[in-house]
Write a protein that binds this ligand. Structure first.
Ligand SMILES: [Zn+2]
Length: 309
């Protein structure tokens, strides 16, 4: 490896594509401060409690996966209005652009604003449109995300909205992501909705095997989404079996690998033990992604640097 490749500035300025970035997981400290100030200006009573919780949770130490989900819950309370969602999206797009990300696929789980998922998504799309009008040098596409812990009825509304926007705003909305705590649900309950996305000609990516559940991982691989996220417990070094990695190789599904997120949320013990090398050796296509930079307190450049070392 060329020593120059260890230089963060070279990686920072290198043109990049980011395929696994959660909108609410990508807020910088500057944006979080801005959104807290917005809450203060609206005399929101719980802002001090939020500040304390976030200060504790955002300390730069390794977290359990549950603690990572706690960080997101706090941040979700900051993006709870049309205005805050718009500000968050513009900031995230511009900050990725400043790191020379040329293609950004943002994903976000719509939450009801004034009772409407559309209000949330329209604020995100308006921010993307405005960045285009400003000629921010980055191509941004959007995946709506269903949180598998929120139940089928909520997921169905988001799937229907995705299909609708996949027709009316196909210049922005490219498909669906399945996210959420894998311990909370059975993914196969959602398969009828995922088939609807595929039938509509939209793209599908699914968080898979972030925690160990071999039966679920196999079901997702056999569903053949366009990509999967993480794929940690597909690695034979963790499962003790080659079955899942052979299935992944056979299906040739590209994997979004999120190195710092996996390390900080402790689903892999160290970078040295990360499964990227095993996937590389098996010839499995993958992309290095950032996932949730505010849980890992890292930028998009960092995982690439770790990967090179
Ligand atoms: Zn993710």
């Amino acid at each position: 490896m060329d020593d120059k490749m260890d230089d963060p500035q070279i990686i920072f300025s290198m043109p990049k594509a980011e395929l696994h970035a959660h909108l609410n997981g990508s807020l910088s400290q500057t944006t979080i401060k801005k959104l807290m100030d917005l809450k203060t200006s609206h005399q929101c009573e719980d802002v001090f409690q939020l500040q304390t919780m976030f200060a504790t949770l955002s300390e730069d130490h390794n977290k359990t996966l549950d603690e990572c989900f706690q960080v997101f819950k706090v941040i979700h309370q900051l993006t709870d209005s049309e205005q805050s969602i718009y500000i968050a999206t513009v900031d995230v797009i511009k900050e990725f652009s400043e790191e020379n990300v040329l293609y950004l696929e943002l994903r976000t789980t719509p939450r009801a604003i004034d009772g409407s998922f559309e209000t949330y998504v329209n604020a995100v799309i308006r921010a993307i449109d405005d960045c285009r009008k400003e000629n921010v040098p980055i191509l941004v596409k959007l995946l709506l995300s269903i949180d598998r812990s929120k139940g089928f009825d909520t997921a169905k509304k988001i799937v229907d909205l995705t299909i609708s926007l996949g027709h009316t705003r196909n210049d922005v909305v490219v498909g669906l992501d399945v996210s959420g705590n894998m311990a909370d649900s059975d993914i196969t309950d959602y398969f009828p909705l995922l088939f609807k996305i595929k039938d509509a000609g939209l793209k599908l990516t699914v968080h898979t095997a972030e925690v160990r559940n071999d039966a679920e991982a196999e079901a997702i691989l056999r569903l053949k989404p366009d990509r999967i996220g993480h794929g940690t417990f597909i690695s034979p070094s963790l499962t003790g079996s080659s079955h899942l990695i052979h299935l992944l190789k056979e299906t040739n599904i590209p994997v979004e690998l999120c190195l710092t997120s996996n390390k900080v949320c402790q689903t892999v013990p160290s970078f040295k033990d990360h499964h990227w090398k095993i996937f590389f050796d098996h010839g499995i296509p993958f992309s290095i992604c950032v996932s949730n930079s505010n849980a890992s307190a890292r930028t998009v450049t960092a995982p690439i640097l770790f990967d090179l070392k």
